[in-house]
Design a protein around this ligand. Sequence first.
Ligand code: HEM
Length: 224
Amino acid sequence: MIQKLYDWIDERIDVAPIWRDIADHEVPEHVNPAYHFSAFVYCFGGLTFFVVVIQVLSGMFLTMYYVPDIENAWKSVYYLQSQVAHGQIVRGMHHWGASVVIVMLLLHTMRVFFQGAYKKPRELNWMVGVLIFFVMLGLGFTGYLLPWDNKAYFATQVGLDIANQVPFIGPELKTLLAGDPKIVGAQTLTRFFAIHVFFLPGALFALLAVHFILIRRQGIAGPL
Ligand code: HEM
């Protein structure tokens, strides 16, 4: 059945070369933990990606219930937690995943740094990584406000005050993020929601595509 489906598709769009490119790509011995146990450090990038996928999937389900306005945001999260089947699990995955992904990201970045894998010819991919890092921090910052509880509200106020201190463009940056120069309010929540679910995920996918294309073109660094 599966073979038939594969043949049907292959006859029309010639998938064999694409599949061969993925399946026949050899994993170098020095990154394979079956040969050297310490090679498990090379898994951190893939594990980071795994958590990113969990964040995207759980986030998609959260947006089916979340209401991005100041009257209903907290209520919608409470409803999801207390009434919706498996809502607590999905929210829990997204909540804890947001921290786990940063830990994985740090481990991955440390692996690349301490092995010197950022050196020529991989400087460009390191720079792409730095952009990814800021995007991930931005996702954490904007997502934190969305439940619209006290902790979220006041933490965001502190974050925006920090943005306000950026030399030269501080006040403009704060207004751009908050929507309102004076208070964290309705405009801020809508804006953070849009940044959290559209702008930053879009930027992340584009950057990750470049990251992975560069890894395929350059191969994995090492052995040491
Ligand atoms: C969501 C975030 C990220 C994901 C999913 C990701 C994924 C990956 C994967 C799967 C690899 C292949 C080797 C490995 O797994 O270690 C890799 C390599 C690499 N990553 Fe990332 N990465 C991310 C963020 C970053 C960051 C923040 C940096 C640096 C600031 C970075 C720099 C690099 C470099 C330079 C390589 C090539 C290393 C080599 O060839 O040994 N990455 N990344």
